[in-house]
Design a protein around this ligand. Structure first.
Ligand SMILES: [Zn+2]
Length: 244
């Protein structure tokens, strides 16, 4: 991972060496704004239907080419998502569940089985993707864990990714470790670690609970200190430890 990053950087750095010495600032030193980390900034994304930050996009294309050779078509179902898109998803679910008679905090607990609180999605970063095998014809929802298991349509995809994705910098975030809390197992959600590790490190350095308390989307008025503390601990930080 470190070495790949170094190679990519040194080739672009060599090109710009005489023009712009600032390219030597290491990626790790880049400071992301809180707007970027919360999906509220207009960031530059690359690749039609891919929509990732440059370095993540380039690594994804390399991985996609390798997967093609193994008969697998890495198809992006979802990648970058901004704050307002996540807000719309959250509010739609919140209204649906509370209209069915659920208490606000129960509705929020149900939403966060699979969906994030706006401002805290890793999809805000331009580093994370939900992917499947586009060659497989699948009925109904594609992002269902059983479809990635033995006998399921994405079994080959899963086996290939298990063996190769980390070579390209992509790590599963929400693993099937039974001791893990927070979001349920998502065999489709991968993160480009060379960028997302420093981003998470910077994000957790902010006062996330205080930031969320200032939001005013539907449901946010019910966030308590205790709820936010466990959400941050379980849903944001209890992930694949290689990404911490
Ligand atoms: Zn995802």
């Amino acid at each position: 991972m470190q070495r790949r990053t170094f190679i990519q950087k040194s080739s672009s750095a060599a090109l710009a060496i005489s023009l712009l010495p600032t390219v030597f600032i290491k990626q790790d030193d880049y400071e992301y704004s809180i707007l970027e980390l919360m999906g509220k900034a207009d960031i530059e994304l690359f690749g039609k239907g891919i929509n990732l930050r440059k370095e993540a996009h380039d690594a994804f294309l390399e991985m996609k080419m390798a997967a093609y050779n193994a008969g697998i078509d890495l198809k992006v179902v979802s990648s970058y998502r901004d704050f307002s898109r996540q807000e719309a998803i959250f509010e739609r679910k919140y209204i649906t569940y509370t209209d069915q008679g659920m208490a606000p905090l129960d509705a929020i607990d149900k939403i966060i089985e699979y969906s994030t609180i706006p401002g805290t999605s890793r999809h805000h970063w331009g580093t994370d993707i939900d992917i499947v095998d586009g060659y497989r014809k699948v009925e109904g929802d594609v992002l269902v864990p059983s479809k990635f298991e033995a006998g399921g349509p994405y079994e080959d995809f899963k086996l290939w990714m298990d063996e190769h994705s980390e070579t390209y910098g992509f790590y599963l975030v929400y693993t099937n470790d039974p001791k893990r809390r927070g979001f349920k197992y998502e065999p489709w959600h991968y993160s480009y670690a060379p960028l997302s590790i420093p981003m998470l490190e910077q994000f957790r350095g902010k006062n996330i609970a205080a930031l969320l308390t200032k939001e005013n989307f539907y449901g946010a008025e019910h966030f308590t200190k205790g709820f936010l503390r466990s959400y941050i601990q379980n849903n944001i930080l209890d992930i694949n430890e290689d990404l911490l």
